[in-house]
Write a protein that binds this ligand. Structure first.
Ligand SMILES: C[S@@+](CC[C@H](N)C(=O)[O-])C[C@H]1O[C@@H](n2cnc3c(N)ncnc32)[C@H](O)[C@@H]1O
Length: 261
């Protein structure tokens, strides 16, 4: 039986965040960011903002699952403010992004780093991926992702090997198979650097096809700095990077040309 990770201690989490940021940016800038986080949290707790979060419920109605950001507890929302708040990917955007990946998906494992309640795992299951995996830091969201995987039923489902893992993406060991790594702003810059370094180490040990699909790529420069990944698609709300390898590069280039026509 899976051992459930403990709920993170809020005080300890904030303390570690404070130490790390003070060491990097200094006391006053860190205090300013801390006050901003609390102000943002208070603002997002207002009834009007809470009501607005229910605007992402269509997917849940359609598939009888729980992936909305509206029902995340205040504690997990506050924790989220210190790394990355839970917000599920819009289905329309997800399917548009995947249609730009012109690779044989049946060879790839879909891996969402920061998978939250697992909406992308369910949406990715509609594609013929070899398997689908999600890594989420917060145990409460991870548990809901597991329940969603159990509940999900769709005629369109093509992949039935789905797994949600609860751990810190910084510590996650990449499986040595071809991957499509999905990122929707799960991490602040330092943590994303660590993840990219882990991915590069994994690629050096096990050279293979890997693409990184980065939705709303706020920290794209971190991925772009990698010597092992090359930009294949540059779209308004996402970027797609692929590892070197004639087959992958050629096919992505062909796909770009046909999109441009
Ligand atoms: C913007 S949400 C994206 C959710 C999901 N990927 C989607 O697109 O529907 C970012 C998620 O990353 C998670 N996260 C933040 N830091 C993390 C870490 N160090 N390891 C794993 N997950 C993390 C957050 O808890 C949150 O659920």
């Amino acid at each position: 039986m899976e051992r459930m990770p403990q709920e993170p201690d809020l005080g300890k989490h904030i303390g570690e965040w404070w130490k790390e940021n003070c060491a990097r940016a200094g006391f006053w800038p860190t205090l300013r960011v801390l006050l901003h986080i609390f102000w943002q949290f208070a603002r997002d707790s207002m009834p009007s903002r809470r009501r607005r979060r229910y605007g992402d419920m269509d997917f849940d109605w359609d598939f009888r699952v729980d992936t909305t950001s509206a029902t995340v507890s205040w504690r997990d929302r506050l924790l989220g403010e210190f790394h990355s708040a839970y917000q599920p990917t819009e289905p329309e955007a997800f399917h548009a992004m995947l249609s730009a990946v012109d690779l044989d998906l049946s060879r790839l494992t879909f891996l969402d780093l920061g998978s939250g309640k697992g909406r992308t795992l369910l949406m990715a299951a509609d594609y013929p991926f070899r398997r689908v995996m999600g890594v989420e830091l917060l145990p409460a969201l991870h548990r809901i992702a597991q329940e969603n995987i159990e509940k999900y039923q769709a005629e369109s489902q093509k992949c039935f090997t789905l797994e949600a893992i609860c751990c810190d993406a910084r510590e996650f060991v990449f499986p040595p198979e071809p991957l499509l790594v999905y990122l929707f702003n799960p991490l602040p810059e330092l943590a994303l650097r660590k993840v990219v370094a882990n991915l590069e180490r994994s690629l050096a040990e096990h050279p293979r096809a890997v693409c990184v699909l980065y939705h709303n790529a706020l920290l794209e420069h971190v991925v772009a700095e990698s010597k092992l990944l090359h930009k294949a698609v540059d779209a308004e709300n996402y970027a797609l990077y692929v590892t070197d390898g004639p087959a992958a590069q050629d096919r992505m280039a062909a796909s770009r040309q046909s999109q441009a026509k």
